[in-house]
Write a protein that binds this ligand. Sequence first.
Ligand code: ATP
Length: 464
Amino acid sequence: MNKIENKMEKVVSLAKRRGFIFPGSEIYGGLAGTWDYGPLGVELKNNIKNLWWKKFVTDREDMFGVDAAIIMNGRVWEASGHVSGFADPLVEDLKTHSRYRADHVLEEAGIDCSGLSPEDMNKIIQEKGIKSPAGNPLGEVQKFNMMFKTNVGANSDAASVSYLRPETAGGIFVNFKNVVDSLHPKLPFGIGQIGKAFRNEIAPRDFIFRSREFEQMEIEYFVKPDGWQEAFEKWRVAMLEWCNDIGLPAENVYEKEIADEDRAHYSKRTIDIEFDYPFGRKELYGLAYRTNYDLSKHQEYSKQSLEYFDEETGQKFVPHVVEPSLGVDRSVLAVLTSAYCEDEVGGETRVFLKLVPKLAPIKMAVFPLLKNRPEIIEKAKAVYGDLKKTFGNVAFDESGNIGKRYRRQDEVGTPFCVTIDFDTIGAGEDASLTDTVTVRERDSGTQTRIALADLKNYLQEKLA
Ligand code: ATP
């Protein structure tokens, strides 16, 4: 990763200043763990989601998409084990009553929490006399369920209780039967979904890394009971390939095999894909073999058969599942922090986002060289309108000198700037340059003269 001092602060500040990401409910003082994507942020996020959907759903023959409701029947989360088990260890400062993640407090004190139960953590806190971050004694470590609870409808009895989904996976499992009955896919096949998930994190932190409302891109890939190793390996490779597709340097991406005692209750094998964020190496994505745990549980609780009939062998069984789970927001953060670059141009620091062109929120910007030359403005507007029809998000900027305009686009990762000048309108010295423009590239700063007739093809190739 390119070493830049205070990179995280710089990225957070750029994200706010240039309209990528704002604190949630900001004019009311914010709401911890929530973030709002602004005009450029939503483009970047959509580009990531569209790339994922294309690569993993529409480009494949063994994948189907769904978009399930966020609020589901409360029984879904009883069946999946989230009501009883989706909890983090919580510890309270006995003086200030502030609450902390017990494992975070212990890790700050240099203790590795792998495999530790809340009881183990409690023992260590008591034995070592570990204090809260404010220096006060700590209470007992308790389990804190992270699901947001709500009541559906006008009643508030037990039957009306539901939860905002803590993972999108639930909506896939409950639609397994619907997809099989309506499309009759053959195993192995997968169902993918992109959508919001909610977790009442005890300590949201590190910008959009750990928030209470976030988005996931998840796949449940259903296989025969003996087919999971092969599928797991293929998805492991595909996830690393995806990291490369979105421009994450291979040397900053790691695989971590999760030990038995640290895996989620449903998993028999998990690999975390970790990434070097400016605040350390942390989880980016997860790949889990969830056995047939979920479908079996939903079968048991819903009393509906979720067995698959294999026509080739005549056997009926509950399929097993491999789950590549990708956080959208952690992708955005990894992309932004690895794209953030600084160099020096004309004795000044230049900030630029070295985004993969496909992900750039603004694909290109069009500049008329001078603001006060109507013929140049008119031509630039025509070029702008034409490019916008083909490429969508194109910017038009006529204010300030060209250098400043380049800097503005560099900072938000626009890969190309197209300048319309005197030569373009046939008012320059060299008549052969009539109807040509300058295309300047973000990373190298190189400028190429291109005929207007070839411009779209040229840019299309560069953006592919
Ligand atoms: P962590 O250990 O960091 O809390 P997790 O192991 O609980 O993460 P999973 O349950 O595997 O996460 O969720 C799948 C993916 O969803 C994660 O790899 C991450 O990309 C994303 N994710 C999970 N929790 C959050 C969160 N609070 N904010 C943003 N993204 C999240």
